[in-house]
Design a protein around this ligand. Structure first.
Ligand code: GLU
Length: 472
């Protein structure tokens, strides 16, 4: 019977959840879901200096927001240090590892000699075959793995193909430090083994590590998991994605008003493809996902495309859902006034959403577009809109108020009809009436249809806002 697929995501909690890491998590998750396997989370918190609790939280929050749910409890790597040490000692007992007593000076000389000989700075195996009885007094040793000195180490990778490393280029690296703590290389292998991981999907910056890790697997006689090393994400200019290209943390995208389903769809396409399909649901992605679909070439992060994908999902979303996201986003970014306004005017915002959705690419834009609903009288008129409010226009608005007051039917066709007759009566084009109305009602030069706005905010609020700007 084939083994159940087990994938894992193993981030180091040293900052925010990077969008590149989120993409790695997405692929691991999708593969587990596609195969009916398990997706595990391991927090690699062994770097005590750099690992922080908020960073761990950011990983949980980011994955949860994206809907990348992990199976079981997360594994915390640091808590497993004793187990890692146990395996280092077992490798020692198996003759696959050895104590090394080199001093810092000796290591420095070794590096110098290697450099002088035009070779990469590698450990020269000084203690590999030495008798432990030669050990200097009072020196706590490290444990080094016995890496093969000749031949090749082959990584059979689902994305990179067959990648061959010459043994002579890998040295006997440290697996346990002199203070008894494991190195990253050892911890990863022991954890992946103990967690029964069958497929390692991660960034191709770990490809050389893979070769070293295979040495440990072989030393223990353990099966090497399947591997897929995916190319890193580049910026639009082809350079490795960095801060100067744009936001890198998943949380920042949430705060900028991106929907998780848009992020998932966009990140999926960034390094994986299913024919020419660009827009697809998570369910479709799970159905289609295969390691063969992972791309070998580096993907370029296209911020404009992400925005367009987000626009698509905003247009498709149900108003009820969008409303909740708007409130949560306003709250998260500390826009108290907007948040309160959105809450008190919930019914109006919900009614307005179908008008607003086609006009917004992000949730922040939606919040902004909805401002005419929650604006408080006397509303702030932006300078460009203020230019519409000339003395003539203000006098015209006074006349409009009188007509509108008399309207029994407060519907778009009724208001539209009345304003056309009113404009004609004054020898004005409809726009000459509509633009000052827009300025008075929304404080802006751009808004949804102005008669729709009037219906949405209601007759008395409309008349009050117009009166605020009119002269009689
Ligand atoms: N903790 C490593 C990182 O954040 C990943 C290790 C792995 O996937 O094997 O880059």
């Amino acid at each position: 019977m084939p083994k159940t697929v087990v994938t894992r995501f193993a981030p180091s909690p040293t900052g925010y959840l990077h969008i590149g890491s989120a993409r790695t998590a997405l692929f691991s998750w999708a593969y587990a879901r596609h195969t009916g396997g398990k997706f595990l989370l391991r927090i690699e918190d062994t770097d005590r200096e750099r690992s922080t609790e908020p960073a761990v939280q950011a990983i949980y929050d980011g994955l949860s927001w994206l809907g990348l749910t992990w199976d079981g409890e997360p594994t915390l790597q640091f808590a497993r240090a004793a187990r890692h040490a146990e395996i280092a000692n077992e490798l020692l007992a198996r003759g696959q590892a050895y104590y090394c007593y080199c001093s810092q000076e000796e290591l420095a000389t070794m590096r110098e000699e290697a450099r002088a000989a035009g070779k990469p700075p590698r450990y020269n195996g000084m203690w590999r075959d030495r008798d432990p009885s030669e050990a200097p007094q009072g020196v706590a040793p490290v444990i080094r793995i016995k890496a093969p000195q000749t031949g090749e180490i082959v990584v059979n990778d689902h994305v990179q193909g067959k990648v061959v490393f010459k043994a002579e280029n890998l040295d006997d690296f440290i697996i346990l430090r002199s203070d008894g703590t494991p190195t990253y290389m050892l911890a990863v292998v022991v954890d992946d083994h103990d967690m029964d991981v069958t497929h390692i999907i991660r960034g191709d910056d770990h490809l050389t590590n893979a070769a070293r890790q295979i040495v440990i697997y072989n030393g223990m006689g353990w099966d090497v998991p399947e591997m897929a090393h995916i190319p890193l994400i580049h910026g639009p200019d082809g350079a490795k994605l960095s801060k100067r290209h744009g936001a890198l943390g998943v949380g920042a995208y949430r705060q900028m008003g991106y929907l998780p389903e848009a992020m998932i769809n966009y990140l999926a396409r960034l390094g994986w493809s299913h024919g020419d399909d660009e827009l697809f649901s998570v369910t479709q992605m799970i159905e289609w996902f295969s390691l063969e679909g992972l791309n070998k070439g580096a993907a370029r992060f296209d911020f404009v495309k992400l925005e367009n994908v987000n626009g698509h999902y905003i247009r498709k979303a149900k108003p009820d859902y969008l409303y909740e996201v708007m409130v949560a986003t306003a709250k998260e970014i500390g826009r108290d006034i907007d948040h309160t306004g959105l809450v008190t005017n919930k019914a109006t915002v919900l009614a307005a959403l179908p008008e607003l959705q086609p006009r917004a690419k992000t949730v922040l834009e939606l919040i902004d577009l909805a401002q005419f609903i929650y604006a408080v009288r006397p509303i702030t008129v932006e300078p460009a809109a203020g230019e519409q409010l000339t003395l003539d226009a203000r006098a015209m608005l006074g006349g409009a108020v009188t007509v509108l007051e008399g309207l029994g039917d407060w519907s778009v066709p009724a208001i539209d009809g009345a304003m056309r007759v009113f404009a004609e009566g004054r020898g004005l084009k409809l726009g000459k009436v509509a633009q000052p109305l827009r300025a008075a009602l929304t404080g802006r030069t751009v808004s949804p249809g102005i008669f729709e706005v009037m219906v949405l905010i209601g007759k008395s609020e409309s008349l009050a806002r117009i009166s605020d700007q009119s002269v009689v």
